[in-house]
Design a protein around this ligand. Structure first.
Ligand code: Z16
Length: 839
């Protein structure tokens, strides 16, 4: 109490100007100060990383006031908060983005320059937090950016993986995985909040009992306890006062657990148990789709979901809310089924821990949760074996059985006697091995279900979730994905951003629809030439980077044709390769042939256990070896595989692209989001009618889009009447030549068997219809080559294309979620002038 009196006596302390001031002089002083007092270095011995850290802390100081003010403004009972639950957040580097959001990029650049350093170099020091596999994790990051930009109260909840997505190296053309030690040099953007730790239970068994009120209840006697420690990262809104929170959970062993074993003298047993607990947040599973059904993965999912729900309930009660009203203060979004165990966990918390009756608890749960589906691939739908599920979460399995019993009763009432439908809708898949179907749990327990592009949402209703649609059509809607123009235009393509702002003002950054005003410059010669020059600068940049990373020299005046994304058969990187070999063959046959010089650039990681994907990487590298070194090609074609594609590298790639490869088999790519980033930055798309490509083409105009390939309907029809890839092989000499070369070893230094599995797949099964789409793709690519020769026309298409991409801002997507699903509105944040040192 002495302490408290002393604290109360102290006057409120104004934040020192060195920690908030934005003048170049103050920034320089703060930077030097942080280098000395936080990094413990001076200029004599500081590394580039020390300078990066000193700058990061300088920037962090300048956002704390917003962060605390935001938390304060939102901690009110009437405020509705969006909770975005996601196993992945692929945030990308923070420093540059925070400079953009704070609007202090130019001052900081100058301060760093006057300190004798280079800002871009310091920004490049940041090890990106790669806590995601690809599209799904990056979408979560774009959505957090937009939520803050729109001042919507929101928290992103996920796992603080110690090792994110592996780093990729290429050795002898093959992918090699290296662990991602992203926390090695510390993380200046997070603040641990050990005081908000929660406990999560696992394993054990359940017991029935009758409580004091004579009610039948169930008690869970768990076997293990894990502790979840939250680590918070601020997510700034663009040039506003809002800073939301990304809260990631780290798994730790409970203290008491250690001591018990220690007292019994089992020191190593205690250490072992500690390691076992910490394993839960150790590593990100590196599979995108399909997922791996491992016990540790289910533990990860339950761990972060339980931590988050306890946190949400704690906040709700803290502001004086009643649990019966949870849905009025919380909208919980399930990013795919990975967090869908949350439906059973919320039921358990409400019914078992908070003594709420089942029907009320179910109402609360359904009204609170909403579910986004991200895939139609049947092998990617999560299902957990009942045995595994029951041993880890015995109480949750009982709850799921009870949800299912009541759910199927409703179904029976609506569709009497329809036993087939009951079996299809059941949360439990019957058979010799039984499974919990997580998409069914998510669908039954949510009030809203959405797909991520118009086509995808239609196919969901028709196919994967058809029975759920027939049962509750009102739950379904489409929310086409979007990406943030702050990171994907402003930060990554500053010259283009400058030209756009100079021409139409800078309103487009918050309202991307304004890009349409660029249409009136599409025919303007002067504007066109500046547009082209910026693209050339970005290409030159990328070419330099390629030279540094791979030693390859590429011509910035050639057409930059780029495919970057996870390697997957359905994404058909190997269809792209078939065209490259086709071009190569034409040149070999006639070295004088006039062709548009092209640089084919690939990037992407393969899941470590996905053999075919790894073989596709080897194929790209083998073809690159042949094409890049053949004098007959004379440098007119270059093939580059850039290792370790990630967010940082994406920021270099999209601005330099002229042709965006979006060539998945129709009906397989739920949306795609790279397609949007390319398009905004002026690349034209060669693509199928798949995912969001359909809408990109609709917006851009069909005359500005290179369309090829079968439609979803044609794919279904072809498969239904019996697809035989050999018909295409036999009927197309150019295709046959390419396939024969793959089989012969001429593309693999004589190793005849190297690509046999690929050839075998293509000729005998070809699930993704490469051979069926080959001719259409080749003809379309040839049209691209032709079109590129008319630079003026190409530039016009490029400008129109960018001008029409307003729809694909994540701001638009988030507005739709807020209005149609979450019922969340902006909350004004007033900056608090003083930091109170008093209690
Ligand atoms: C993922 O990144 C996606 C789907 C999925 O089931 C799992 C993961 Cl890790 C992707 C889709 O493949 C892609 O089409 C979509 O754009 C993205 O999720 C975001 O919705």
């Amino acid at each position: 109490s002495d302490k408290k009196t002393a604290a109360a006596a102290a006057a409120p302390v104004q934040i020192e100007d060195d920690r908030t001031g934005l003048s170049v002089e103050t920034l320089k002083r703060a930077f030097a100060d942080n280098l000395f007092y936080i990094q413990g270095k001076n200029a004599d011995i500081a590394t580039l990383n020390d300078y990066y850290m000193a700058l990061a802390y300088t920037v962090r100081d300048r956002l704390l006031q917003r962060w605390l003010s935001t938390i304060k403004a939102q901690l009110k009972p009437e405020v509705k908060v969006v909770y975005y639950l996601s196993a992945e957040f692929l945030m990308g580097p923070h420093l540059g983005n925070n400079l953009v959001s704070l609007g202090i990029y130019d001052q900081v650049r100058q301060a760093i320059q006057e300190s004798g350093l280079n800002l871009e170099e310091l920004i490049a020091q940041e090890e990106e937090p790669g806590l995601g596999n690809g599209g799904l994790g990056r979408l979560a990051a774009c959505y957090l950016d937009s939520l803050a930009a729109l001042e919507i109260p929101a928290v992103g909840y996920g796992l603080r993986y110690e090792f994110g997505i592996f780093d990729q190296e290429i050795r002898d053309g093959w992918q090699v995985e290296i662990t991602d030690k992203w926390l090695r040099y510390g993380n200046p953007w997070e603040i641990a909040r050990p005081e908000a730790t929660v406990e999560v239970k696992l394993g054990g068994h359940t017991e029935a009992f009758v409580d004091g009120a004579g009610r039948y209840r169930v008690r869970w006697i768990p076997e293990r306890t894990i502790v979840g420690v939250p680590y918070d990262t601020p997510v700034l809104g663009f040039k506003n006062n809002a800073a939301n929170t990304l809260r990631l959970w780290k798994a730790e062993a409970p203290e008491s657990f250690d001591f018990q074993a220690f007292n019994l003298g089992d020191y190593y047993g205690a250490v072992n148990a500690k390691m076992y607990s910490e394993n839960i947040s150790k590593v990100l599973y590196p599979n995108d789709e399909p997922l791996q059904g491992r016990e540790l993965r289910l533990e990860q999912q339950f761990f972060f979901v339980s931590c988050s729900l306890q946190d949400i309930i704690r906040r709700h009660l803290y502001v004086g809310g009643k649990l019966e009203d949870l849905h009025n203060s919380a909208a919980i979004q399930l990013n795919d089924t990975h967090p869908s165990i949350g439906i059973a966990e919320l039921m358990r918390l409400l019914v078992d821990e908070h003594n709420i009756d089942w029907d009320t608890a179910w109402q609360i749960t359904q009204n609170t949760f909403a579910y986004t589906n991200h895939t139609l691939l049947p092998e990617a739908l999560e299902r957990w074996p009942l045995s595994l599920f029951g041993s880890l979460l015995p109480r949750h399995l009982e709850i799921i059985f009870e949800i299912n019993r009541r759910f199927l009763q409703e179904v029976s009432a609506k569709f009497p006697g329809d036993t087939g439908r009951l079996a299809r809708l059941s949360l439990i898949q019957e058979g010799p091995e039984k499974f919990v179907r997580m998409a069914h749990l998510a669908s039954a327990g949510s009030h809203a279900i959405n797909g991520v592009a118009a086509l995808h949402s239609e196919l969901l209703k028709r196919d994967v979730l058809r029975d759920f649609y027939e049962l509750s059509p009102e739950k379904f809607s489409n929310k086409t994905n979007g990406v943030t123009p702050r990171r994907w235009i402003m930060l990554s393509n500053p010259e283009l951003a400058f030209l756009i702002s100079e021409s139409i003002g800078d309103g487009w950054i918050k309202n991307l629809g304004e890009l349409r005003e660029l249409e009136r410059f599409a025919n303007d010669k002067e504007f066109q030439s500046r547009w082209r020059q910026i693209k050339l600068n970005n290409k030159t940049n990328l070419a330099e980077y390629i030279r540094k990373r791979t030693g390859l020299v590429v011509d910035p005046h050639s057409l930059f044709d780029i495919q970057v994304k996870r390697i997957h058969e359905y994404k058909r990187q190997h269809l792209n390769v078939l065209y490259i070999i086709t071009l190569y063959n034409r040149l070999k046959q006639n070295p004088e042939l006039e062709i548009t010089p092209r640089t084919f650039i690939f990037g992407g990681k393969a899941a470590p256990g996905y053999f075919m994907a790894k073989l596709i990487i080897k194929l790209i590298n083998s073809v690159a070896d042949v094409v890049n070194n053949d004098p007959d090609v004379g440098g007119r074609l270059k093939v580059v595989f850039l290792p370790d594609y990630n967010v940082t590298f994406g920021q270099r790639v999209y601005p330099a692209a002229e042709l965006s490869e979006q060539i998945s088999t129709a009906g397989k790519e739920a949306s795609g989001t790279g397609n949007m980033k390319f398009s905004m930055n002026g690349a034209l798309t060669i693509g199928t009618l798949d995912g969001a490509n359909v809408e990109i083409r609709e917006e851009a105009g069909e005359e500005n889009f290179f369309l090829f390939g079968l439609t979803t309907e044609e794919v279904y029809a072809l498969k239904a009447r019996g697809y035989n890839p050999r018909d295409y092989y036999n009927g197309n000499p150019a295709l046959r030549q390419v396939i024969d070369q793959l089989a012969s070893g001429v593309l693999s230094s004589g190793e005849t068997h190297l690509f046999a599995p690929l050839v075998d797949h293509l000729l005998n099964r070809d699930e993704y219809l490469l051979l069926a789409d080959y001719q259409s793709y080749v003809e379309c690519q040839d049209r691209v080559g032709e079109a590129y020769r008319d630079q003026e026309h190409w530039t016009r298409m490029s400008i129109l294309n960018s001008a029409r991409m307003g729809k694909f801002s994540s701001d638009r997507a988030i507005r739709e979620y807020c209005e149609d699903i979450w019922g969340a509105v902006a909350v004004d944040v007033v900056l608090e002038e003083y930091v109170q040192a008093t209690a």
